[in-house]
Design a protein around this ligand. Structure first.
Ligand code: NAP
Length: 265
């Protein structure tokens, strides 16, 4: 039995976003929107799995680093569903990190990273919140940040990624407080190292070495993020959770484990 609720997930053609899309379909969500950038085939494959679990699925192409694309994406989704119940700002990442020091970093890399890992959440949330307020929807917004919002990743020069994700945590807090009286809940998940295409920059040997340092002794999978996303999306269970960032990392950010992992490579 479907629950009549709609969810839009940015960057859901693979990785964490795809796992969340499938998890929400299994949970009984009625309409699952799958945003992708370039991998239409990946998005279609996720949509098929979502439909196999009884939900309606639609795929939406949009570059979330572009404010105009985000507006088009949100307006199309809301027109297709009638309203938005849950927005998950998942797309992001450090992409190809340029060589050289911070002083040599092209300013275009900084600008795009901040758009990819912070501004995108504002571009999409602004339209979602407008719709939720206009229609009295007790909506949910879930931002996907990173442990690198709290722990630096200096060796890989992912400084703009760290800064963008840290901004996302504070964006979550400030927006969460601003809309709380309307029954809207905004919260954030900060994953640790999760094995996805984003982490293919590492060799298998490096990944095995990471695994040995993780306090839980296991690598994170995209599916490990899904239960928290479902909880934060729930109308009843999340009623008293406002503006928080929840770290899910098997203990990587405790005792400096992630620090030493990042410094080794
Ligand atoms: P991933 O496997 O690389 O997947 C990224 C997804 O985002 C893909 O669906 C991709 O779509 C989409 N995407 C990329 N650029 C986009 C753009 N400009 N516009 C729209 N969609 C775009 O990444 P992931 O590991 O699942 O990461 C998901 C989120 O978790 C990111 O915000 C990342 O920073 C965060 N995170 C990941 C880890 C980790 O270890 N994996 C750790 C902490 C935080 P296309 O395939 O169509 O390009």
């Amino acid at each position: 039995m479907n629950n009549g609720r709609s969810v839009l997930i940015t960057g859901a053609s693979r990785g964490i976003g795809a796992a969340i899309a499938k998890g929400f379909a299994r949970e009984g969500y009625s309409f699952v929107g799958i945003n992708y950038h370039s991998d239409e085939a990946g998005a279609r494959a996720v949509a098929e799995e979502v439909q196999a679990n009884g939900a309606h699925a639609e795929i939406y192409q949009a570059d979330i680093s572009d404010s105009g694309d985000c507006q088009r994406l949100m307006e199309q989704f809301i027109s297709d569903t009638g309203k938005i119940d849950v927005l998950i700002n998942n797309a992001g990442g450090a992409q190809t990190i340029p060589a050289g020091s911070f002083a040599e970093m092209p300013v275009e890399y900084w600008d795009r990273q901040i758009r990819m890992n912070l501004s995108c959440a504002a571009y999409c949330s602004r339209i979602a919140i407008g719709d939720m307020l206009a229609k009295g929807t007790q909506g949910r917004i879930i931002n996907i940040s990173s442990v690198h919002s709290q722990v630096t990743w200096v060796k890989r020069k992912a400084l703009p990624y760290c800064a963008g994700k840290a901004g996302m945590n504070m964006f979550t807090k400030a927006l969460g407080v601003e809309v709380a009286r309307h029954g809207i809940r905004v919260n954030c998940i900060a994953p640790g190292f999760i094995k996805t295409q984003l982490t293919t920059r590492y060799t298998q040997e490096q990944i095995n070495a990471f695994e040995r340092k993780i306090p839980a002794g296991i690598l994170g999978r995209p599916e490990d993020i899904v239960p928290m996303a479902l909880l934060l999306a729930d109308e009843e269970k999340a009623r008293f959770i406002v503006g928080q960032t929840f770290v899910i990392d098997g203990g990587q950010s405790i005792d400096g484990a992630i620090d030493s992992m990042m410094y080794d490579f």
